[in-house]
Write a protein that binds this ligand. Structure first.
Ligand code: BGC
Length: 749
């Protein structure tokens, strides 16, 4: 035993130091090390690497690790314990293979950034990348080297609670923001001790769960998968995303965790992915509930056969694979391939060289992290309405009523997935308004309701009384953190509790009313918008929500966020997204709505169009919408050519002028419609965007380079190509308003 240990110690040491005799590239060296280590492993040790556990008792975990039964742990965040269990893996297990420590670090670790939907609203990938970097630096200080983020599920249904974790309804926006997060988490090199391996999830179509019910089935045909749901994942592969996670849903009857077509044919075959694939939490065993496998053993076999490398928590791999091998249900080759993918990741992360925590603990809540989080909120806030320019608040506002259950709710502003964020560090709007502007205005705080679902009206009267004594009212409404996120779906998207009544009562005072909604999804706020003079929408902003919102209210910061989702007028209008197909009977720009229909109207009197009698067809606010305190004028849209080949690059230029009184930032958006296709196409699709800073009165020329190849799609013959023909282009301030131009693609290759 001792001799063997010495020998193995030497062998592993050689692997660690990578004592290769010939010159080779870094990638080749890692493959050599993977193969050498694999050749030393017993079957039990291989199955151990494929097993991810969520530990309870330390001693029980240590015993498992010592026996080589664990490849990865999740939800272990005490730095001392992480180091202690890593020491057991490195020094006491036979081969000394380090553990991979994972955690859901979704929008920050300690310093909490806006929820991903809010980050998407910034339309600023550089800022999103910086946020992910901050998260990686903080989380790696507790030994976390693998996060289950980004979630790049295209999400078009706000009933689904997990829309909060997404970058919204658009495949391109999800791809850009997912890429930014991956770059931020992984840094320049995965082997940097502050890098975290990213995980693109949930592969695939989870965001389309039927009716927005979490974990539910999807029925997405291959072409829609390829044109809408797969592109952000493809972008993740291109960005070097280290891992992928399967999704809980079954698509057309096949649970993703056993879907060979997506995991093998597409991910490994077409995309040549060499990263690691993990199941979702117990999604292997849950294939028994799906009615897809008769027991855990069959589920494990189907998952491995389909291409899952590591199993999260349900332990069916480790418990069954010896027998499965004997029965030839799986092959040793399949196991070796999975273990290779796992070891490759551990080598890439430099875990063999640096198994222990290197980042100092003091990085948590560092000033520069808080400053970045604050900037992210500033850019994520969306100004939806600003009648009579009630915002920013002017010096004649001497007394300000601050009302509402979200004004001073340190936990609720953090949003979903904040295992590690601490509400004690949250800076709420009330705190910030008092601290930063308390010398300029007299603040009268009266919550009106204790929490978003509060149905007790007794505090409304004192809030109205405070409002009457003020020059303006800011009411903070929305939803508590618990109302969005995993397994938190809703059918009713209206404001909960008595919040609408509170707003109605405040509006009745006649004082200027500014409504700030803080939520995990786009809520239905049709009535509240009517009652308010101004509306700011803030997807749960995280730790630094307060100061950013206070600066926006007082005009130190000019809002520039844009909606990453369409806002519905009624709950029944969802799913609602801008990139829909035209249909044979598109809606009229103005429809006759239910109250206008005469009694005993004839069947066709309202027309025969695709719309709702009680909500029309249009959203309350379209995708890409957001106002500024200043105004922008678009002019001179010019295309470099009106006939292009599929290999050309189209150059689009326009002039943008800041025509208002404030410096500001506009997100210029470029949409394209392929007018006629071999299959019907979306009415428009986002192809590019740019944030443009302009001083008051300043003009700039804005240029986009759009490779025609980016107009390709999967057509009737399931072939990916640019189809020749007529295209229309919009460049503008949101998905409904813009300058237009036409061009033609004259040949496709
Ligand atoms: C979620 C994943 C998450 C995992 C681990 C699952 O329930 O669907 O997104 O990463 O748990 O916490």
């Amino acid at each position: 035993m001792k001799i063997r240990n010495i020998f193995l110690g030497g062998a592993v040491m050689c692997l660690i130091l990578s004592c290769s005799s010939h010159a080779s590239t870094k990638g080749d060296r890692i493959e050599e090390r993977v193969d050498s280590l694999l050749s030393l492993m017993t079957l039990d040790e291989k199955l151990g690497q494929m097993n991810q556990v969520s530990p309870g008792d330390f001693e029980a975990l240590a015993a498992q690790v010592r026996r080589g039964e664990v490849g990865s742990i999740l939800n272990y965040v005490d730095a001392d314990l992480v180091n202690k269990v890593q020491k057991v893996a490195v020094e006491e297990s036979r081969l000394g293979i380090p553990l991979l420590v994972a955690r859901d670090v979704i929008h920050g670790y300690k310093t909490i950034f806006p929820i991903p939907l809010g980050q998407a609203a910034t339309f600023n990938p550089e800022l999103v990348e910086e946020g992910a970097r901050v998260a990686a630096v903080e989380a790696s200080s507790d030994g976390i080297r693998w996060t289950f983020s980004p979630m790049v599920d295209v999400s078009r249904d706000p009933r689904w609670g997990r829309i909060a974790e997404s970058c919204g309804e658009d495949p391109y926006l999800n791809a850009v923001m997912g890429t930014a997060m991956i770059k931020g988490y992984q840094g320049d090199s995965l082997s940097d001790p502050t890098a975290m391996a990213a995980c693109a999830k949930h592969f695939v179509a989870y965001g389309a769960a039927e009716g927005g019910r979490d974990y539910n089935s999807t029925f997405i045909p291959e072409r829609v998968l390829r044109n809408i749901y797969l592109p952000p994942f493809r972008a993740a592969v291109d960005a070097g995303c280290a891992t992928f996670m399967t999704s809980f849903n079954d698509n057309d009857g096949v649970p993703s965790t056993a879907n060979k077509f997506i995991l093998k044919d597409i991910l490994r075959g077409e995309w040549k992915y060499d990263g690691m694939v993990v199941s979702d939490w117990a999604s292997v065993l849950e294939m028994v509930n799906h009615g897809f496998c008769k027991d855990g053993k069959e589920a494990a076999e189907k998952a491995l056969n389909a291409g899952v490398d590591m199993e999260m928590v349900s332990a069916t791999f480790i418990n069954n694979f010896k027998q499965s091998l004997n029965e030839k249900k799986i092959t040793l080759n399949e196991i070796d391939q999975a273990v290779r993918n796992i070891l490759r990741l551990k080598f890439r992360l430099g875990l063999f060289e640096n198994p222990y925590i290197v980042t100092p603990q003091s990085v948590k809540y560092a000033d520069e992290h808080l400053a970045k989080a604050r900037k992210a909120v500033e850019q994520s806030v969306i100004l939806l309405k600003n009648d009579n320019q009630v915002l920013p608040l002017q010096p004649d506002i001497k007394t300000l009523a601050v009302v509402g259950p979200m004004a001073d709710a340190p936990y609720e502003q953090l949003g979903t997935w904040v295992f590690d964020g601490e509400k004690e560090h949250s800076q709420t709007p009330l705190m910030a308004l008092k601290a930063m502007y308390g010398d300029k205005v007299n603040i009268l705080y009266a919550p009106g309701l204790s929490y978003s679902r509060d149905k007790n009206r007794t505090q409304i009267a004192p809030a109205v009384a405070a409002a009457r004594r003020s020059d303006a009212i800011v009411v903070f409404v929305g939803e508590e953190s618990i109302l969005s996120g995993e397994a938190h779906s809703l059918t009713n998207l209206l404001l909960q509790g008595e919040q609408s009544e509170l707003i109605e009562a405040l509006a009745a005072t006649g004082k200027p009313l500014i409504t700030v909604v803080m939520a995990g999804r786009q809520l239905v706020i049709t009535d509240e918008v009517k009652e308010s003079d101004a509306v700011l929408y803030v997807f749960h902003p995280g730790t630094m929500g307060g100061p950013a919102i206070a600066d926006i209210l007082f005009g130190k910061v000019n809002p520039s966020g844009k909606t990453p989702v369409s806002f519905p007028r009624t709950s029944g209008q969802v799913p609602l997204y801008y990139a829909h197909h035209n249909t044979g009977r598109p809606a009229n720009p103005v429809e006759m709505l239910i109250d206008e229909i005469p009694v005993e109207a004839g069947q066709t009197s309202v027309g025969c169009r695709s719309f709702y009698l009680d909500a029309g067809s249009r959203p309350l606010y379209p995708f890409g919408y957001g106002l500024s305190y200043t105004t922008f004028e678009y002019s001179n849209l010019t295309l470099s050519a009106d006939k292009l080949a599929s290999t050309d690059v189209l150059t689009v230029t326009l002039n943008l002028k800041n025509t208002g009184r404030y410096d500001g930032t506009e997100v210029v958006q470029l949409y394209v419609q392929d007018k006629v296709g071999s299959v019907t196409r979306p009415v428009k699709e986002l192809k590019a965007f740019q944030r443009v800073d302009l001083k008051a009165g300043e003009s700039k020329q804005v240029t986009f380079s759009l490779p025609v190849a980016e107009l390709a799609f999967w057509g009737l013959d399931m072939h990916y190509s640019v189809e020749p023909g007529a295209f229309k282009l919009w460049a503008g301030t949101n998905s409904e308003e813009g300058l237009t131009a036409d061009f033609e693609v004259v040949s496709a290759k």
